[in-house]
Design a protein around this ligand. Structure first.
Ligand code: ATP
Ligand code: MG
Ligand code: MG
Ligand code: MG
Length: 475
């Protein structure tokens, strides 16, 4: 059944709303009160305390569409963008949650009903995984739902010496709530490369994981023992873009309505005719993460969250350059993003002027050095022996031309090369040591660093960030 992404989001809320779930708004991409987390990366983040039992709410069932970023930190899909049909740096996670309310039976029942009756997916295209020892989940799928047993796959631990380290076992941390998962996969057809979960070809794009249902069943103690939770809970997450692709009859997430809108806007701006161009996909992905991150208050900077943002912006600008962009373009896509996603996320419209300005300043700055950096890299590649770009080259690009190492690695990968990450790290460390010594002798490296309130020499990026902050807030 065809559904737009907007209709799908609504249908999800309606279905779970009708089953007594409270509709809860997405939380910010900047996790509230959780320094262990770089960005919000799952629907359950905002409910962490409800699962731990330290927070009580007026409801025990919730449903949400959570904006997520998986770039940097524990879940990092940045390197997958442009390479798989299913990964983004920014995506929306649809989820339903039970805080000590229903458990496995109802969670599986709801998911199956939503997929086969609301979304009307053909049952024969679906297969499911359960944790190796979770007979309870296996039996629900086999007996109550009626999934043929050859389409229920048990997934064990990745290695025998690491119990519970499995794609089908979830844990919040080394201790605390944890439990088995069951995941639902969709078979896009044998014209696409890939194998079922658990097979050697599982990373292909034929069998796509759409929904993960986590059963929080145990409380792991510091001695490793697992105590059953008195009130087990459920946390689920389904990538909106992945199920939208199925409902819109396409294989790749990049072919769904939201992405096509952004890809076409980019193509029109840059006069690109091949809509399949990988760089268009990367740019469309990156304008979403950058736009949403800035709307949530993240500013490009030299460290932490801000540096992840800066890196994504620069990657986008580099892909624009690859497509022949001769001037700034990325900031102008913020408008297209607000048009397409503003109805669901009004903050995009409210923050549009800020998003545009921040992106423009970053873009302008990077454009001043991008061409020269690329020329240096081309030279280095012409003289390269072997397939590893030396750490000094990567460092020079970083230090003088503002190329984050992962950006250089991205270019290298396109040409079948790698970077010498260790060599780069060593060069960075030497730089730090030199700066420390220089500071001891009272050398004033750069006044603008003082604006940031940093004492350490931060190199090229430090001055830039100061300029960005100034440009954005003093204009
Ligand atoms: P995959 O194995 O495909 O990388 P995952 O197991 O890492 O996915 P989960 O952590 O289980 O994903 O997240 C729940 C759901 O969120 C997934 O089943 C998928 O539909 C969606 N999802 C996860 N990562 C991404 C991403 N980078 N882009 C788009 N959707 C995603
Ligand atoms: Mg993943
Ligand atoms: Mg997975
Ligand atoms: Mg998963």
């Amino acid at each position: 059944m065809y559904m737009t992404s907007a209709e799908l989001r609504e249908a999800f809320f309606t279905f779970f709303g009708n089953n007594d779930h409270q509709v809860v708004a997405s939380s910010s991409l900047v996790p509230h009160d959780d320094p262990t987390l770089l960005f919000t990366n799952a629907g359950m983040n905002q409910f962490k305390d409800c699962f731990l039992g330290t927070e009580k709410r007026s409801y025990t069932r919730a449903v949400s569409s959570q904006r997520c970023v998986r770039a940097g930190g524990k879940h990092n899909d940045l390197e997958n963008v442009g390479y798989t049909a299913r990964h983004h740096t920014f995506f929306e996670m649809l989820g339903n949650f039970s805080f000590g309310d229903y458990f496995k039976h109802d969670a599986i029942g709801y998911a199956w009903k939503f997929l086969t009756e609301v979304a009307k997916l053909p049952k024969e295209r679906l297969l499911v995984t359960v944790y190796q020892t979770d007979d309870e989940a296996f039996d629900i799928w086999a007996k109550d739902i009626g999934v043929p047993v050859d389409r229920i796959i048990r997934i064990g631990d990745k290695s025998p010496d690491k119990p519970y380290d499995s794609d089908n076992f979830w844990q919040m941390g080394d201790t605390g709530p944890c439990g088995p998962c069951t995941e639902i996969f969709y078979d896009h057809g044998d014209h696409i490369w890939g194998g079922p979960p658990g097979s050697p070809e599982e990373d292909g794009d034929r069998f796509i994981e759409i929904w993960n249902l986590v059963f929080m069943q145990f409380n792991r103690q510091s001695d490793g023992s697992m105590e059953p939770l008195p009130k087990p809970s459920v946390d689920t997450g389904m990538g909106l873009e992945r199920i939208a692709a199925i409902l819109q009859g396409v294989h790749s997430n990049y072919e769904i309505d939201i992405f096509q809108f952004l890809i076409k806007a980019t193509a029109a701006m840059l006069n690109v005719t091949d809509l399949q161009d990988k760089s268009l996909r990367v740019i469309a992905d990156h304008i979403r993460s950058c736009g949403f991150l800035i709307a949530d208050g993240v500013m490009p900077s030299n460290e932490g969250r801000g540096y992840v943002l800066r890196r994504i912006i620069r990657r986008a600008v580099r892909h624009g350059n690859k497509l022949g962009a001769e001037q700034t373009f990325f900031h102008r896509l913020a408008k297209a993003l607000a048009t397409e996603m503003g109805p669901a996320y009004p903050e995009l419209e409210q923050q549009l002027p800020v998003i545009e300005k921040v992106l423009m300043v970053e873009e302008e700055q990077f454009l001043r050095t991008l061409d020269r950096g690329l020329a240096l890299l081309d030279d280095a590649l012409r003289n390269l022996e072997g397939d590893i770009i030396p750490g000094e080259t990567v460092f020079k690009l970083y230090d003088t031309y503002g190329f984050p190492a992962d950006l250089t690695a991205d270019i290298a990968r396109e040409r079948g090369l790698e970077i010498d990450q260790q060599g780069f790290d060593a060069a960075m460390e030497q730089q730090r040591q030199r700066a420390k010594q220089a500071n001891q002798f009272g050398v004033d490296y750069n006044q603008s660093i003082a604006i940031e309130g940093k004492s350490e020499f931060t190199g090229y990026d430090g001055t830039e960030h100061a300029a960005t902050v100034e440009a954005v807030f003093t204009k």
